[in-house]
Design a protein around this ligand. Structure first.
Ligand code: NAD
Ligand code: IPM
Ligand code: MN
Length: 352
């Protein structure tokens, strides 16, 4: 039996609810496929911060390095600045383990109505650059106490960073529809975005099988609402990809269903699997969070660990639950997180 050592950080808010729900389902599917999942629970997050002044121990990243994958819920609470919680855990993990691709698939799910009347069938993937771009501490400075206060932050786009994410997106597009959309803003952001366009174009020259379209991010956002079915693979910078992935998730029904994989494609380091959504403090503690984003992220983890059949079985089990009318409140239903997870476990056991 193959056994994988998985670090689990349920984290804050609804992370504490959707992660155990997903693990219960993953255990059932793994058992059916003879896969060993050795979960290593880590109590890191905002409570850890309150107790120790840090989101994770000093050697936290070294602890994670000894695992095959990381399964994360979310971090962030209203009473601690996000910059402490996110830069104390999530962002350092993505960077230290060179998880430079943030893969965020979005699909119309059975029984989940889109809020858009004429959405059509949506099946797209946002490939978000995950290590650099607008998320940079370099050059950041607050000028206080002057007549005009100012905040400055530099965006960093390296040839290496743009090349590797564009190459990943091009290969993904080649195996799907052969169409790739690149999100840009080279009409307004005069240094970084023209450079992004240049490098993406160069990479795509190696891929005559892929048709590249660059779209300005503002028009692209509108177009994702008006004509989402038109898109297949979208490659975007860190910030643009962040925004587009919440938007695309909402267009298919709820941000609660959207999964993500923070990948180190070379597999030199562990990759991390987490839903697109956050800790949702507004519904935390009520047991009503939608666990689909977490479950689907778990399926992406199984796939990454070399178990595509088990991954597909998990996806079809939550799709059957949705199609059968078991839905959480965000999808207009009344099922609790636990009830939804129980329906998914039942479907896996019945092989539906
Ligand atoms: P959010 O994604 O947590 O919530 C946005 C809205 O979507 C809320 O109304 C919430 O109730 C709803 N929602 C989200 N997930 C849901 C689910 N599974 N089921 C049902 N409804 C769901 O975004 P936010 O409120 O802007 O952020 C809350 C905190 O989470 C902040 O501190 C933010 O920085 C953090 N955050 C963390 C991560 C992460 O750890 N990866 C990701 C995004 C946001
Ligand atoms: C996400 C989140 C994070 C991001 C925040 C919480 C720093 O929104 O994973 O999408 O912007 O990457
Ligand atoms: Mn986000």
């Amino acid at each position: 039996m193959t056994t994988h050592r998985i670090a689990v950080i349920a984290g804050d808010g609804i992370g504490q609810e959707v992660v155990p729900a997903a693990i219960g389902c993953l255990d059932v599917v793994a058992a059916r496929h003879g896969i060993g999942l050795d979960w290593h629970q880590l109590d890191w997050g905002s409570d850890h911060y309150r107790r120790h002044g840090r989101m994770m121990p000093v050697d936290g990243l070294d602890v994670l390095a000894g695992h095959d994958a990381i399964f994360l819920g979310a971090v962030g609470v209203p009473d601690i600045p996000d910059v402490e919680t996110l830069w104390g855990l999530l962002i350092p993990i993505r960077r230290r383990f060179e998880q430079y691709v943030n893969l965020r698939p979005v699909r119309t799910l059975p029984g989940v109505p889109s809020p858009l009347a004429a959405a059509g069938p949506i099946d797209l993937v946002v490939v978000r650059e995950n290590n650099e771009g607008e998320y940079s501490e370099i050059g950041g400075r607050l000028y206080r106490g002057l007549p005009e206060e100012a905040a400055v932050q530099e965006a960093v786009f390296t040839r290496h960073g743009v090349t590797r994410v564009a190459r990943y997106a091009a290969e993904l597009a080649a195996g799907r529809s052969g169409r790739l959309t690149s999100a840009t803003k080279s009409n307004g952001i005069v240094h970084t975005m023209p450079f992004w366009d240049e490098v993406v174009r160069e990479v795509l020259a190696e891929h005559p099988d892929v048709e590249l379209r660059s779209e300005l991010i503002d028009a692209l956002a509108a177009s994702l609402v008006l004509r989402p079915a038109r898109y297949d693979v979208i490659v975007a910078s860190n910030l643009f990809g962040d925004i587009l992935s919440d938007l695309a998730g909402a267009v298919t029904g709820s941000i609660g269903v959207a999964p993500s994989a923070n990948l180190n494609p070379e597999r030199r380091h562990p990759s991390m699997f987490e839903p697109v959504h956050g800790s949702a403090p507004d519904i935390a503690g009520q047991g009503v969070a939608n666990p689909v984003g977490q479950l689907w992220s778990g399926a992406m983890m199984l796939d990454h660990l070399g178990h595509p059949e088990a991954a597909a079985e998990l996806v079809s089990a939550f799709e059957s639950a949705l199609a059968g009318g078991v839905r959480t409140r965000d999808l207009g239903g009344t099922a609790t997180t636990a009830e939804f997870a129980a329906a998914v476990r039942g479907n896996i056991e019945e092989g539906t």
